[in-house]
Design a protein around this ligand. Structure first.
Ligand code: C2E
Ligand code: CA
Ligand code: CA
Length: 669
């Protein structure tokens, strides 16, 4: 049975051949080589047998000398061929050896023939018969050793037959003629066997070639697949996987002490292009972005598209901090030029960039990307079109976030989250139209964590649904306890709005309640949270609306402030972000905007709430811009449930605006 080492050697040998013909020759030679030791054993034994048979009758040189030489030569040849298989794994060697072997065999046969013929004068009749058998058998046996090479078989058997006829036919023609005929038939069968053996051998080799070709094709295909799996089909840039692999490769090349700079780029304003001008326009912007970025970053494989409108780049470890900063700024600046769309419109997109630092504890690709991601988050917070490097302060915040996240994961939110309620006031009458439920989290170890902090952490951990579920349950419980005239508004996170599961869970909670309770609830969503999957958000919000809930657009003015969303989503309430009313030069900028939004909302029959009103002056601005509904510290900070009851409709309230004007802004409840 063939063992695997032999099979491996066989494959290795075939792999060396430059053509199938060469491979066949190598395999023939290998098959012959395997029989060469028995062949020389046969030659030695036959020579000794022949010599022994005539010992004392023929001269010693023929009976002892020649066999001795034959044995010695055989021994010498055997040592030469021993282990020759490995040496033969060389195409040129195999061919040369095959030719040599053929020549050598013919010479050997000729010498043997001469030697046998020399015994004839010393032979009795029976010894002549022995000589004829010797000739016939030795020739045939020797031939068997070369079975893989039909040509050699044909030559040696023909020579043997010829020798047989020439040498013995004269001795007893009839007897030897018939023996020769039988011999010829036998030899012919030998030849046929050799040919079919050879055919098998060729088939084996060809099979190997076929498999080799197929596996080469498979390898090519899998390489193509790999390329596809590693690149982004739209822009042709490396994709996320390939990007991480490239960072790992760079780190692997020069170790964790010399790190590349990793930059993440987030496009701002891309989504509306997709929505307004269609996907072809969006695609064109992405392709153009890829081109512009590649131009700035330079060499190939250094810019990647991580998905959607997220791009990234890698700078080699030798990049100086100053160069890294300049490149990040250049990346931001390539977006200053507007994009020309296939529709011939032009549109603007801006980019925020966050990039990693190499001095702050990063070791792996994951660390670097996390740093860049954090810096990007910060860059977007500052304002659009900024580049930010990960800093020591970021590292501290990141640590704190990790701690908060860890605590959040193991928190008993039902127990640890409570709600406070901030009134939203109709400034004309001083009555509270509804309360906004705001979550407060107190953890047994790290204490009070502000919503700005834990909401962000929950969002990053993809766990907002746990928080929302708990907030919802508490809000519903509160509504059940409070009089029917009290209304509540609850915040939904971006992830909740686009999650069918969360929506269904909340909807089934609401369905267990009286329909009138649902009508007292309003949901606040932000514009940015609608962007990632507008269709899903619309569907889910519609589910709530069917139950009688109202929907408010929160923090209006901080996102795209797209009027289209305002119309599309059919909001009941719009809340103008506090940055407008609190801006230093509210008179110059904020005021006009607040007034415009207010007018727009009025024309669309949407209630408009101004958030963050802290002073009487701000209230006056809001009022002069036409705003009636106000939320802010001027009226009240978020209150505990008990304290909130003092402001329920009918239980009192705040001073109407007209009264405030008289008291000089003193808000006496
Ligand atoms: P938001 O939805 O815009 O809520 C209003 C935030 O502004 C509240 O902060 C409120 O205390 C604060 N605020 C109200 N009036 C004034 C004012 O006159 N001046 C100033 N400077 N701030 C004022 P809070 O409670 O810290 O909540 C911060 C944010 O955390 C909320 O912003 C909201 O986005 C999020 N959040 C709070 N509770 C929840 C919740 O239950 N679920 C979700 N998803 N997010 C929540
Ligand atoms: Ca809110
Ligand atoms: Ca808000």
């Amino acid at each position: 049975m063939l063992d695997f080492t032999e099979l491996r050697a066989y494959r290795a040998m075939l792999n060396l051949a430059r053509s199938p013909k060469e491979a066949v020759e190598m395999e023939q030679m290998r098959a012959i080589t395997q029989n060469i030791v028995p062949l020389y054993f046969l030659i030695s034994a036959s020579a000794v047998g022949l010599g022994g048979n005539f010992y004392g009758q023929a001269p010693d040189i023929m009976t002892v000398g020649v066999p001795l030489v034959a044995v010695l030569v055989s021994l010498w040849r055997v040592t030469k061929w021993w282990g020759a298989e490995k040496r033969l794994a060389e195409p040129d060697n195999a061919r040369r050896n095959l030719r040599q072997l053929e020549g050598f065999t013919i010479i050997l046969f000729a010498m043997l023939a001469v030697w046998v013929a020399m015994f004839l004068p010393y032979s009795s009749d029976i010894q002549v018969t022995y000589l004829s058998f010797f000739t016939a058998f030795t020739g045939a046996a020797a031939t068997l050793c070369a079975l893989s090479r039909p040509r050699m078989v044909a030559i040696t058997l023909s020579l043997t037959l010829l020798q047989f006829c020439v040498m013995f036919m004269g001795q007893a023609p009839r007897y030897y003629l018939f023996t020769a005929i039988q011999l010829a038939a036998t030899y012919f069968v030998f030849f046929l066997a050799s040919r079919s053996y050879n055919r098998r051998l060729i088939q084996g080799v060809m099979l190997h070639y076929q498999l080799k070709n197929e596996s080469a094709r498979t390898a090519r295909l899998s390489e193509t697949n790999r390329q596809l799996a590693l690149s982004d089909t739209l822009t042709g840039l490396p994709n996320r996987r390939s990007f991480f692999e490239e960072i790992d490769r760079v780190i692997g090349e020069c170790g964790p002490d010399c790190l590349p700079v990793v930059g993440l780029i987030d496009l701002d304003g891309f989504k509306p292009i997709n929505d307004v001008y269609g996907h072809a326009a969006g695609d064109a912007v992405l392709v153009e972005t890829a081109t512009r970025l590649t131009r700035v970053i330079g060499s190939e494989n250094r810019v990647a598209r991580l998905g959607g409108d997220e791009f990234a780049y890698i700078l080699p470890p030798e990049t100086s901090p100053e160069a890294a900063r300049l490149i990040a700024e250049r990346v931001v600046n390539v977006f200053l030029r507007p994009f020309r769309l296939p529709t011939n419109d032009t549109s603007r997109v801006s980019a925020s960039v966050g990039y990693s630092s190499r001095v702050l504890n990063a070791r792996t690709s994951r660390d670097l990307v996390a740093q860049a991601d954090f810096a990007l988050f910060r860059a977007k917070e500052v304002s659009v079109g900024h580049a930010v490097e990960f800093s020591a302060e970021h590292a501290k915040t990141q640590q704190r976030e990790a701690l908060v996240q860890q605590c959040f994961r193991s928190a008993d939110l039902e127990e640890e989250i409570r709600l406070v309620f901030q009134p939203i006031v109709d400034s004309s009458t001083g009555t509270v139209v509804r309360f906004e439920a705001l979550a407060r989290w107190t953890h047994p170890e790290i204490g009070i964590v502000g919503p700005d902090e834990f909401v962000a952490v929950a969002e990053k951990a993809g766990m907002t649904h746990l928080m929302t579920r708990s907030v919802f349950r508490k809000a519903i419980r509160q509504l059940r306890e409070w009089p029917d005239s009290v209304q509540l508004t609850v915040n939904l996170s971006a992830q909740d709005i686009i999650s069918r599961d969360t929506t269904e869970e909340l909807v089934s909670m609401l369905m267990a309640e009286e329909p009138s309770l649902c009508e007292r609830l309003c949901l606040e969503v932000t514009e940015t949270s609608l962007l990632s999957d507008t269709a899903e958000a619309r569907y889910n919000l519609e589910r709530f609306r069917q139950l009688g809930l109202k929907i408010a657009l929160d923090d209006f003015g901080t996102g795209y402030s797209s009027l289209r969303y305002l119309q599309d989503f059919d909001f009941d309430v719009v809340k103008i972000d506090r940055t407008f009313i609190q801006s230093q030069d509210v008179r110059a900028h904020g005021f006009g905007l607040v007034a415009t939004i207010q007018q727009l909302c009025r024309s669309m029959a949407i209630d408009c709430v101004v958030e963050g009103v802290e002073t009487f002056e701000q209230l006056q601005y809001a009022r002069s811009a036409g705003c009636r509904y106000i939320q802010g510290y001027f009226y009240s900070r978020p209150l505990e449930a008990d304290a909130a009851s003092a402001y329920f409709p009918g239980a009192g309230g705040f001073t109407p605006f007209s009264g405030l004007a008289r008291t000089g802004g003193r808000n006496v409840a």
